[in-house]
Design a protein around this ligand. Structure first.
Ligand code: CA
Ligand code: CA
Ligand code: CA
Length: 200
């Protein structure tokens, strides 16, 4: 009888304390949750987010640049467009074909969505790297854009004749310059020795 009373009394003691303990535990869990929600970027807590998957895309002259979008927290079809912007050293129409590519993402791509292409033009001039920008825009109010601007670099595949342009570093009088694809060579003239940059 005595032991029964003891158990009952112990339970009563536990029950009288537990609401306070539970309330404290709930408050600390709530505090932690609120802190996480405040400090997490919005896309992690469920906002659909779309944007380019990197800052730079590139290809050779005459090539086709593949553009990829990254989708996070897909929650329904997303519409938008990718537009070329003539803001760099490349010339629209001459170096690339300007586009406004419609974007329609019907289902969660479960990875980068790379269905967008921009054609780069080939020319016979050596102009080095040329650039232009692309933007992604959407009118979907519930979609947040992350990285809505990226740069496209065109890698020149033409050779520059450094010798003819005088852009070589061969010795001015004692060396001969020979143009090569992508570079040039310096060679000391007959009777002189050296690496072509310095000859004696
Ligand atoms: Ca060009
Ligand atoms: Ca070129
Ligand atoms: Ca060259």
């Amino acid at each position: 009888m005595g032991s029964f009373y003891f158990i009952g009394s112990y339970r009563h003691y536990r029950h009288s304390l537990s609401p306070l303990l539970d309330f404290k535990a709930e408050m600390s869990v709530l505090n932690v949750l609120v802190s996480i929600l405040v400090f997490l970027p919005p896309e992690i807590i469920g906002t659909p987010t779309v944007g380019f998957d990197r800052n730079f895309f590139y290809d050779l002259e005459g090539g086709t640049v593949e553009i990829c979008l990254e989708v996070k927290n897909f929650a329904g079809p997303i519409t938008g467009k990718i537009t070329t912007i003539d803001d760099g050293t490349a010339t629209e129409g001459m170096d690339y074909i300007p586009v406004q590519l419609p974007v329609y993402i019907a289902s969660d791509p479960l990875g980068p969505d790379c269905n967008y292409h921009i054609q780069l033009q080939s020319d016979d001039n050596y102009e080095g790297f040329e650039t232009f920008s692309i933007t992604f825009t959407t009118s979907d109010a519930n979609v947040q854009i992350k990285r809505g601007v990226a740069q496209v670099s065109i890698i020149d595949d033409d050779d520059v004749d450094e010798c003819a342009l005088g852009a070589d570093n061969c010795h001015d009088t004692l060396a001969e310059c020979t143009n090569t694809d992508g570079s040039f060579e310096c060679k000391c003239k007959e009777g002189y020795s050296g690496d072509g940059v310095t000859c004696q």
